[in-house]
Design a binder for this molecule. Structure first.
Ligand SMILES: Nc1nc2c(ncn2[C@@H]2O[C@H](COP(=O)(O)OP(=O)(O)OP(=O)(O)O)[C@@H](O)[C@H]2O)c(=O)[nH]1
Length: 606
């Protein structure tokens, strides 16, 4: 029996981190599924474990709820969980494209924050009906009326009918469900048309293989169907169709307007790209759904094992992670300073951190990460052996001969920072120091919203950390890419004992090169231990040294105190001294401690 379209509601929950999205979702599952408190904690926690295990790959978990509303009709509610971070903006946009509405959850004590805004605007762009939910009304500091006004002032949607909830104590949950049924429109679609289904997300499950989350727009999808991915071009046989409640339940079919999952004996997530259109091989649709985009990594860095013997283990672990995350890329790289490792590409800094964290936690790997870099576009003139061409550069080590460079462009972002106004001064200074161009500054009830355009390369390293520390954690930050702009960018080399150290070289703007070079030399002076000889540390652009420090020589004669006596004792001491060097990287005849590579790049105040 097919489901009547008018009884389906597809919606997502938009919320700033910690405003209560998960707690509210759990309550909705509990109330509609009739789970007891104990069952809920068991079941839902189980689910969270899987989610944690799979890290970011379950980006759009969906549950189907049956809810019998006050009008006596039983509705099929598909609740889609969307990732809340800018790095995954494209996934968010596809999840939103699968829904007709959204619950906007705002903490009654915290009010609207920057991250919330980005997702709300996306949702508005998808013509969603947005139902404001003011959560945590149980808190003494809750000010629901003030938050209502804030939602209206900042977001510009009517919030007078906002639902007031305490997800924690189970207040207002029924009202949320009624609002979903009454205010969010039913999907539209036509059973008789050729199949068009949006591939919302995919992930790898060890038992089922690749699981694909779909939203059927038109037509019907059944077990046994031969399907075709219109962008990917591959064909597959559907072997399972179902939904999650949150446990997997198999269904005979998915009809128009419905959200559910399929499996089709697919081995790699890379074959099931988010945003693709699925149709049937026979009598299929001729046009793909709009909005498909190939996601490209934007931040690159080198990952090297601290212990060179771990290289194979690193290769294996990276391969496993990649099985589940097609947006992350890697290729082998070798560095004179760090040996063999991988150059990896990420969607953003958070994505980088998650992968790094998983490698060290789940795979127990000690890693050295080189400075994150963005992708630059270079126009090169012809040389004797090469034509004029365009080069996309993601590793400073591949920087070409300067004489061939006609122009360099770097990616820029538009950042929106939201902060209590007492921290505004230092935040403006930070943005200014990072070559930011201020575009807008407004105040809403004691808080400032400032918009800056910034070069991405000034943001990737420690901008977010600095922002959080100068605002004592209160400022929130959100960004989108706004394209490439030409810049006066140069490659800065760091020379230790007159030898360039490739893992420390970076691309910087000429205006800040000297300050940054000086800062790095100063930090390296403290980070590299004294040797038996004098070590010059220099920052240079091309052949020109722009900063210099010197580490004084030291005669650390550990055997001196043995007075030429006992030879075994002398040997033992030498052995001990050798061990002390184990966590060092030999570079020429200088030993550089492993942690120096990343510490040298921390910009601090310059
Ligand atoms: N007092 C109070 N606390 C709540 C309420 N709802 C959620 N919380 C608490 O707020 C914290 C964050 O809730 P989550 O549901 O994890 O928030 P989230 O938005 O899903 O956060 P992320 O998963 O990190 O994005 C938890 O400690 C909850 O117990 C509420 O109605 N009242």
């Amino acid at each position: 029996m097919s489901t009547d379209l008018s009884t389906i509601r597809n919606f997502s929950i938009i919320a700033h981190i910690d405003h209560g999205k998960s707690t509210l979702a759990d309550r909705l599952i509990q109330v509609t599924g009739g789970l007891t408190d104990r069952e809920m904690s068991e079941q839902v926690l189980d689910n969270m474990d899987i989610e944690r295990e799979r890290g970011i790959t379950i980006k759009a978990q969906t549950v189907r709820l049956n809810y019998t509303a006050q009008d006596g009709i039983t509705y099929q509610l598909n609740l889609m969980d969307t990732p809340g971070h800018v790095d995954f903006a494209y996934e968010v946009s596809r999840s939103l494209a699968a829904c007709e509405g959204a619950l906007l959850v705002v903490d009654a004590a915290q009010g609207v924050e920057a991250q919330t805004l980005a997702n709300v605007y996306q949702s508005i762009e998808h013509d969603h009906e947005i139902v404001p939910v003011i959560n945590k009304i149980d808190l003494p500091a809750a000010e629901p009326e003030k938050v209502k006004t804030e939602i209206e002032d900042i977001i510009g949607i009517d919030a007078q009918d906002a639902v007031l909830t305490s997800a924690k104590s189970g207040i207002g949950i029924e009202e949320v469900l009624e609002a979903v049924v009454r205010r969010i429109p039913a999907p539209t679609g036509d059973r008789a048309k050729p199949l068009q289904a949006l591939l919302v997300d995919s992930w790898y499950d060890p038992y089922l293989g690749v699981v694909i989350l779909v939203r059927v727009m038109d037509g019907v999808m059944k077990k046994g169907d031969q399907i075709r991915f219109m962008q990917g071009g591959t064909q597959h046989l559907v072997d399972r169709v179902g939904c999650m409640r949150p446990k997997i339940e198999q269904l005979p079919e998915l009809g128009p307007g419905e959200i559910g999952f399929i499996t089709a004996q697919i081995k790699e997530v890379e074959q099931a790209k988010v945003g693709d259109t699925i149709t049937t091989v026979k009598g299929g649709a001729t046009q793909a759904l709009p909005g498909y985009k190939e996601v490209q990594p934007v931040v690159f860095c080198g990952l090297f094992p601290v212990d060179a013997a771990d290289f194979e283990k690193l290769r294996e672990s990276i391969g496993k992670l990649r099985l589940n995350d097609a947006s992350f890329s890697f290729e082998m790289e070798s560095s004179a300073a760090l040996g063999f490792g991988f150059r990896c590409g990420f969607l953003g800094l958070l994505h980088l951190e998650i992968i790094q964290e998983r490698l060290s936690r789940e795979y127990d790997l000690d890693l050295i990460t080189t400075a994150p870099s963005v992708v630059y576009r270079l126009q090169l003139s012809a040389s004797r052996t090469d034509d004029a061409r365009e080069l996309y550069l993601h590793n400073p080590a591949d920087y070409p001969d300067v004489n061939r460079i006609e122009s360099i462009e770097e990616p820029w972002i538009k950042a929106v920072i939201y902060t209590p106004d007492e921290y505004l001064g230092p935040i403006l200074k930070l943005c200014q120091d990072r070559r930011g161009v201020q575009r807008d500054l407004t105040y809403v009830g004691g808080r400032a919203q400032v918009t800056y355009e910034l070069p991405l390369n000034e943001v990737v390293f420690d901008f977010y950390d600095r922002l959080k520390s100068i605002s004592r954690g209160y400022a929130s930050f959100d960004y989108e890419q706004i394209g490439l702009r030409e810049g006066d960018l140069v490659k800065m080399n760091i020379l230790v004992n007159n030898e360039p150290v490739d893992a420390l070289s970076l691309i910087v703007h000429r205006n800040v090169a000297e300050a940054r070079g000086r800062g790095m030399c100063e930090r390296l002076k403290d980070l590299i231990p004294r040797h038996l000889f004098k070590i010059p540390i220099q920052a240079a652009i091309g052949g020109k040294v722009i900063a210099r420090e010197t580490i004084a020589a030291l005669r650390k004669d550990v055997t001196a105190k043995c007075y030429g006596g006992d030879i075994t004792r002398k040997k033992k001491l030498l052995e001990k001294q050798k061990k002390g060097k184990a966590r060092m990287r030999e570079y020429g005849n200088v030993s550089i401690p492993q942690e120096a590579f990343i510490a040298a790049l921390r910009m601090g105040e310059e």
